[in-house]
Write a protein that binds this ligand. Sequence first.
Ligand code: C2E
Ligand code: CA
Ligand code: CA
Length: 264
Amino acid sequence: MNATAYERRVLENNLRKALEREEFFLHYQPQFDIATAEIIGVEALVRWKHPEMGIVSPGEFIPLAEETGLITQIDEWVMQTACAQNKLWQMAGLPPITVAVNLSGQHFIRKNLLDTVSRIIEDTGLDPRYLDLELTESVLMKNAKDTVNTLRALKEIGLHISIDDFGTGYSSLSYLKRFPLDTLKIDQSFVREITTDSDSAAITTAIIAMAHSLKLRVLAEGVETEEQLAFLRDHGCHAMQGFLYSRPLPAGELVRFFEERCAA
Ligand code: C2E
Ligand code: CA
Ligand code: CA
């Protein structure tokens, strides 16, 4: 066995044990209303504190978790933890916000997804309208007929549904209209170039216009500069998330961030 295959096996074994060893934790990145600059939500992003390797980024272990099927357990832990945390914030008196969690394709097509979501909502006591599920276009389009039914059932529970990385996959526009969705998240690859590349600017403008006509909310991800924010504001984008306002933060720091902004 060569070194990389061996390293992969080791990483896979470690990943299997990470849940029971409680090595995962979450960071929360605030999302802002562009018009009012108020925090309207946070996205929960998973991190892994490996005993020897230190913090491993999701870009490194999520693909492996998907290949091995461990992703469904991880995503479930993330949903449970993020909902419990959001309920704690509300009980502590912070203004209510949504918490967004990322759902992998494998999780979305599982028969028991609805049971899992319902159980977590009941366990944590979080009002379902404060849970936002992020799904990518490719996941939604893979089996579009089933997708419509699953999304309807999730909307019946009262959840918020977002399409993540919008613009990078292939969406059938007729399905977009039929899916019960709430928010399109414009992918960061377009946002990064809106002020320097006319194609990215044109795509972003088109996504915002489409969201308006489909009566969906639109959020731009990866906003790093005031110029990008000004462009988005001028074109009627509702919400943003990005390093310009805040990096993903540990739960405790988010509370401080909240308080400082409210005091300002
Ligand atoms: P994503 O869902 O598109 O998440 C946004 C990523 O962009 C995050 O990276 C975030 O830290 C980063 N980001 C936010 N603002 C900026 C910015 O202004 N500039 C730049 N350059 N980057 C920004 P992160 O946390 O490394 O996550 C990477 C990906 O891993 C996520 O992409 C998502 O696909 C996946 N992921 C993270 N947590 C979970 C999870 O709990 N479950 C699943 N299934 N996937 C997850
Ligand atoms: Ca996401
Ligand atoms: Ca994204």
